[in-house]
Design a protein around this ligand. Structure first.
Ligand SMILES: NC(=O)c1ccc[n+]([C@@H]2O[C@H](COP(=O)([O-])OP(=O)(O)OC[C@H]3O[C@@H](n4cnc5c(N)ncnc54)[C@H](O)[C@@H]3O)[C@@H](O)[C@H]2O)c1
Length: 438
């Protein structure tokens, strides 16, 4: 398809979705897609399935569905493959995750049971709370990457797949800062062959995907593709990347509320956020080194929204605290509390309390679907490297070196929609609107 903007290859054939991790988020995604296809449920929360996009002037009243405006793969064309450190098929894993009610899972049992994970590339040093048994054995990390590539090629052939997309929906790995083996492709490949302990499984999966020219998205806050080595590989292979950490739950609310307070120039003295959750994600995050990865991601969002360097009187002394407490009885039904101490005219204090009873995986699943479809679109449009326009979906958006990430959900949304307009040769919408009064 040739447009005024960018040439986008059509979405022909099947799209293979490679899920790393077949836990709560992944099984909720797969069940939701199957249920939508059968007309048993609606894909609520998915921008690609339910979102619309305004084109042209407001007087034109032209707002097609996004899925009709850009050439996206259809849900019918998706084929799922997955890896996990436990051998449970998607039906068994979904029952254990406890997100979707059993009658619905039973209605999808045949298809869910057919999705059996391949053994994982796993390293307990990065997720100390899991004792996975369904894992690959190899002499080196280089060989592990080779085994992952074999899984992918086999899956592609068996299912007659035209295009692939990989997304990390596995546990959050222990905190890791950039190391020498992450600094160039050559160093990473050397490290893989030498079993460098600083190369976590997520980098091995990402390496395997990019090496095969497959777009990679990162739903967890792990470093993974946010490294010079893997950025170099993506550039070399002309593949898009996106990350990190799905923006759901409490952080989603934070990036909705904070821009409003900032827009009205209301000061914030403190923002205390606490959560209870009892799923496997909560258990993994109960380990301090895994929580640290998440904490960095959660803490970073307020800074670039509030810009304390520009408004030191309003936000310069803000005390921001985030806690996650593992509390098994709550399962996937996370509860979060936020106490926000704000101040207004003449410094008078006020308080805002937010108590969000959410469902983590119900909020995350549509993001996975959107990311897979939009990353596939980006790939067909010849876009490579970091896809900043997909920041809308992430807590810690990846950006080019030297840029600060944009966390404001509404700016992220404008960026995403204008990118779609640009791709399809439509004018961006600036919201100036003076022409209506000329
Ligand atoms: N649910 C949300 O709202 C949300 C939001 C942001 C980020 N995330 C992140 O998404 C990820 C998935 O969340 P979840 O609730 O599904 O967690 P989960 O614990 O239910 O599922 C993760 C799965 O990954 C598997 N796994 C761990 N290491 C693996 C490896 N090396 N290879 C293959 N599989 C591996 C685990 O066995 C588990 O089944 C987590 O990292 C979480 O922090 C979730």
């Amino acid at each position: 398809m040739t447009q005024k903007g960018i040439t986008v290859a059509p979405a022909e054939g099947k799209l293979g979705v490679l899920l790393v991790g077949l836990g709560a988020v992944s099984t909720t995604l797969v069940a939701g897609v199957l249920a939508s296809k059968k007309g048993l449920a609606k894909p609520i929360g998915s921008l690609t399935q339910m979102g619309t996009i305004r084109l042209g002037k407001r007087t034109e009243h032209k707002s097609p569905f996004i899925k009709e405006f850009v050439p996206l793969a259809k849900m019918e064309d998706l084929v799922f493959g997955a890896w996990d450190v436990f051998p449970d098929n998607a039906y068994e894993a979904a029952i254990k995750a406890g997100v979707i009610e059993k009658p619905m899972l039973d209605a999808l049992k045949e298809e869910l049971s057919a999705l059996k994970p391949w053994p994982a590339a796993f390293d307990k040093n990065f997720v100390c709370k899991l004792d996975g048994t369904h894992v690959k054995k190899a002499a080196t990390k280089w060989d592990l990457a080779g085994q992952l590539m074999e899984d992918i090629e086999r899956f592609k052939d068996q299912n007659k797949i035209s295009r692939l997309n990989m997304i990390w929906c596995a546990s959050t790995e222990a905190y890791l800062q950039s190391k020498p083996s992450h600094m160039s492709l050559e160093a990473l490949e050397k490290g893989l062959k030498a079993n460098d302990p600083n190369i976590p499984p997520s980098m091995i999966y990402a390496y395997a995907a990019l090496k095969l020219g497959i777009p990679f998205s990162n739903g967890a806050p792990n470093l993974t593709v946010d490294t010079p080595a893997l950025l170099e590989l993506a550039d070399k292979m002309n593949v898009p990347l996106s990350g990190k950490d799905f923006k759901t739950g409490q952080t989603l609310m934070k990036t909705i509320i904070a821009p409003g307070l900032r827009a009205r120039l209301l000061g914030i003295a403190g923002w205390f956020s606490t959560n209870i959750l009892g799923n496997r994600d909560g258990e993994v995050l109960d380990a301090p080194e895994n929580f640290k990865t998440k904490e960095e991601s959660k803490l970073s969002v307020l800074d670039t929204i509030l810009q304390p360097e520009l408004q030191p009187e309003l936000y310069g002394k803000l005390y921001h605290k985030v806690r996650i407490n593992y509390y098994p009885p709550r399962g996937d039904d996370k509860e979060s509390w936020d106490n926000i101490d704000i101040f207004g005219w003449m410094g008078y204090p006020m308080q805002l309390k937010v108590n969000f009873l959410c469902r983590d995986s119900i909020l995350a699943a549509p993001l996975v679907l959107d990311l897979v479809l939009l990353m596939d679109l980006a790939h067909r449009a010849g876009m490579k490297g970091i896809q900043e326009w997909l920041s809308f979906f992430y807590k810690s958006p990846m950006v080019a070196e030297g840029l600060y990430p944009e966390h404001n959900l509404f700016i992220q949304q404008t960026k995403l929609k204008n990118t779609l307009r640009h791709m399809m040769g439509e004018d961006p919408i600036t919201h100036i609107g003076l022409e209506y009064y000329e």
